[in-house]
Design a protein around this ligand. Structure first.
Ligand code: KG4
Ligand code: ZN
Length: 341
């Protein structure tokens, strides 16, 4: 299948052309960071206006780079949710118009499923089912049990901040630019992860949920203390990062013993983190479960992952080009009626 992917759930205007959910023929992304940085975070109204200004050209660009015409496509895959409603609406409206005009099937993809299937891009050997996905982004932190492309359930989630959100908020405390994750990652390389012992949220017996607001708050208090004012920012960044990574790997380790997993996938924007990648690889060797991480480019938001998910979910996510509506709170689990399709 040759699919055009469109992703506008947050602040990246992204398009891609992907063959068979694996081979990326074109991957276009216009980063809007320059427009949001001065506000210290994403301004939804600005994001949506930028999508409107950029998306047509981004679609054209992806098709040109891939060397395919609209007529040659087998379908159009778009992120239908979750995300910022004003941003989602631009991508969905555009995908509906293209699908209707070109008479192509339209696939409505869950952004989080996209992150999971990013691990299947440009890979010869695919993860085997069932696999466990550690999905860590700016808006979500969860462990997902994946039985098939259309059957998955969340086995652990964050009770408060997402891991990426904790990175972004802590970066602000350290006076680093937005987005904070990459900035902390870079700064932490020069720091000692054992310099400050920030608290790690503990799992309660059968409950694998996590929490990241506590560690962020303790960084705040630490920085206000005498000791904190004298501390090297790189040490604080490295110690904060180590605390977040420890909690994520602890939950992954516990969850992995609960089913006969044949693979594990690390995905979402925070999967780009170098310390998390190293800890995930070390766990994978210890646990003897193959661990897969998308290439850096496909960890953060992109449209190729949306096409990758649509390719595997097929009929279960088929949508009507006349009626599809963006859903900022799109449920994670596909309805049973869709799974049976
Ligand atoms: O998946 P994503 O691109 O967008 C969402 O769906 O949220 O994730 C963005 C998040 C941001 O919070 C960003 O700070 C974080 O991913 N991030 C990182 C790194 N690169 C991006 N966090 C830690 N280390 C990184 N290298
Ligand atoms: Zn995302």
């Amino acid at each position: 299948m040759l699919l055009l992917g469109i992703e506008t759930s947050c602040d990246d205007t992204a398009t891609a052309v992907v063959r068979d959910g694996r081979t990326v023929l074109a991957d276009v992304s216009t980063n809007q960071d320059a427009f949001h940085t001065k506000f210290g975070g994403i301004v939804p109204e600005i994001a949506s206006r930028q999508h409107l200004a950029l998306l047509s050209a981004a679609v054209q660009d992806a098709l040109e780079r891939a060397g395919v015409s609209l007529a040659e496509l087998d379908g159009i895959a778009v992120t239908a949710g979750p995300g910022l409603v004003g941003s989602l609406v631009i991508g969905v409206a555009s995908a509906k118009a293209l699908a209707y005009a070109a008479r192509k099937p339209l696939y409505a993809v869950n952004h989080l499923h996209g992150h999971i299937f990013a691990a299947f891009l440009e890979r010869e050997v695919e993860p085997e089912y069932p696999f466990l996905a550690l999905l860590v982004s700016g808006g979500h932190s969860q462990l997902v049990h994946v039985d098939s492309p259309v059957e998955m359930r969340i086995v652990a989630r964050t009770r408060d901040d997402a891991a990426g959100e904790a990175f972004d908020k802590t970066a602000r405390l350290l006076g680093l630019p937005f987005p904070g994750g990459p900035a902390i990652d870079r700064l932490a390389r020069a720091g000692n992860p054992r310099a400050v012992d920030f608290p790690r949220h503990r799992a309660e017996r059968d409950d694998l949920d996590m929490s990241f607001s506590g560690v962020k708050t303790s960084v705040k208090y630490f920085l206000e203390s005498e000791q904190g004012r004298a501390a090297a920012p790189a040490d604080v960044a490295a110690s904060f990062q180590a605390a977040v990574v420890d909690v994520l790997i602890d939950r992954l380790e516990r969850a992995a013993t609960r089913a006969p997993y044949r693979a594990a996938v690390l995905s979402g924007g925070v999967a780009a983190n170098s310390a998390l990648q190293a800890a995930f690889r070390a766990w994978s060797e210890r646990a003897r479960i193959p661990g897969l991480i998308p290439s850096l480019r496909f960890c953060t938001d992109n449209a190729a992952m949306i096409a990758a998910a649509a390719d595997r979910q097929g009929a279960a996510v088929l949508a009507d080009p006349l009626t599809l509506a963006a859903d900022p709170n799109l449920p994670f689990v596909l309805p049973a009626s869709a799974v049976l399709r």
